[in-house]
Design a protein around this ligand. Structure first.
Ligand SMILES: NC(=O)c1ccc[n+]([C@@H]2O[C@H](COP(=O)([O-])OP(=O)(O)OC[C@H]3O[C@@H](n4cnc5c(N)ncnc54)[C@H](OP(=O)(O)O)[C@@H]3O)[C@@H](O)[C@H]2O)c1
Length: 392
């Protein structure tokens, strides 16, 4: 039976890997829709490659270019927020949520439908509106299958026992490009150095978050919503080889680990498998060639973003939404060369402190989450000049 698939963020890192997975098992899929942000040409390219029925571009102004790029293909298309939501809601068995940042919230939410599977990469849907998102998925009977490699490994490892017998979970982190750098050297790091991830090939925003370990903090929040564990049941272990992605610790002392080579096509393929597993184009795991797997604790002194994310998870309510909005502003400013690397954490902390009294409750809807997000961004932007002047 062919499954209908829609890919949100089809031109990005997750989207391109998804296209590779789908094409490797082309007989098993029909592509209902593909969605992109601004790049009309790339979107038309992936729509043609996959034989999609519909292509939607978020950027209003790119509609004419998209139409012209798709002319003669028979692929229908649209542009603007309405077209994106239309694509997300179209008939499909599985929707890959691969838009980056809070821009992914509304389309991912719109994709929740009874009996449908969401292959969830857009972690912001859970970080910013986790309670509302999971409650809505449960109410509608939509299945959430995590694409993030750590959560996907944990999801698979959970198959070894009963949820009631889980004591805790460990998410591994590669440690990023600054794992062995002293604090003074990290302080002077450039955007290019931060974006040079040692193991994974990913989009630019998540690369910087991996360098600061904010990504791992966001993933703890994501895991809390996905698996229903408390903050004190979730921890992080640095594992530079990125072969073990997650560990489930059971009541009887057993530990079930999820392993695989660091290639996003593996968790994507798992999240798109229905009756049988797929055969994505990935290399096999050769542990003898790797030789040794090493583990070390995460250093929250050199990576303060991890501590800030843990604090937001502990506080709950609106704190994770504020943290995420502030971090997006800070990362953008860092990538533009306006602030230094440690200013990311400083700006996030100052924004969290300033916003805490304004928003306490967890957002009940996506609209609430987006309002808290806008407010946090406004506060973060207002504090940018101070953060910039504090830089060495
Ligand atoms: N990359 C990874 O290995 C990885 C691993 C785990 C989780 N994730 C998560 O997956 C998500 C995507 O990450 P990524 O690395 O694939 O990001 P990316 O390479 O930057 O791609 C982002 C995608 O979203 C599209 N987009 C941007 N703004 C949009 C908007 N307003 N409306 C519709 N589409 C929009 C982009 O289109 P344009 O190209 O036209 O801008 C692109 O297709 C993130 O939440 C990330 O945390 C990624």
């Amino acid at each position: 039976m062919r499954r209908r698939i829609t890919i949100l963020g089809a031109t990005g890192s997750i989207g391109r890997s998804t296209a590779d997975v789908v094409l490797a098992d082309a007989g098993r899929f029909e592509v209902a829709a593909v969605v992109g942000g601004r790049d009309a040409r790339a979107l038309a390219g992936v729509a043609r490659r996959l034989g999609a029925r519909f292509a939607a571009l978020a950027h209003d102004g790119g509609g004419a270019e998209l139409r012209s790029e798709l002319s003669g293909s028979g692929i229908a298309c649209g542009a603007g927020a309405g077209a994106v939501l239309e694509a997300a809601a179209r008939d499909a068995d599985v929707v890959v949520a691969g838009i980056s940042g809070t821009a992914g919230l509304a389309p991912t939410y719109a994709a929740l439908k009874p009996g449908r599977r969401i292959a969830l990469a857009n972690k912001e849907s859970l970080v910013c509106a986790g309670q509302a998102f999971m409650a809505n998925a449960r109410r509608l009977g939509a299945e959430i299958l995590p694409v993030d490699s750590e959560h996907n490994a944990l999801y698979q490892a959970l198959g070894a026992g009963r949820a009631e017998d889980v004591v805790s979970m460990t998410l591994t982190a590669s440690g990023g490009p600054f794992r062995t750098w002293p604090r003074e050297k990290i302080a002077a790091a450039t955007p290019a150095q931060a974006a040079a991830h040692p193991v994974w090939s990913m989009g630019s925003k998540i690369n910087i978050d991996s360098a600061s370990l904010m990504n791992k903090g966001l993933e703890l929040i994501e895991a809390h919503h996905l698996f229903g564990l408390r903050a004190d049941q979730l921890d992080v272990l640095v594992h530079p080889q990125s072969i073990v992605h997650g560990l489930v610790h059971w009541r009887d002392g057993s530990v079930t680990a999820g392993l695989g080579v660091p290639d996003m096509k593996i968790p994507i393929a798992h999240s798109l498998s229905f009756e049988a597993r797929l055969t994505p184009p990935v290399r096999a795991l050769d542990l003898a060639a790797i030789g040794s797997l090493t583990f070390e604790p995460a250093d929250e002194e050199r990576f303060p973003c991890l501590a800030l994310a843990k604090q937001a998870l502990q506080e709950g309510g609106a704190a994770p939404t504020i943290l995420n909005g502030a971090n997006e502003v800070a990362v953008e400013a860092f990538m533009a060369g306006r602030i230094g690397f440690f200013d990311i954490a400083r700006l996030v902390e100052a924004t969290c402190d300033a916003s805490a009294a304004r928003h306490r409750d967890a957002p009940a809807t996506v609209e609430d989450a987006l309002e808290i997000d806008r407010d946090a961004r406004r506060i973060a932007r207002a504090r940018l000049p101070q953060a910039a002047s504090a830089s060495p």
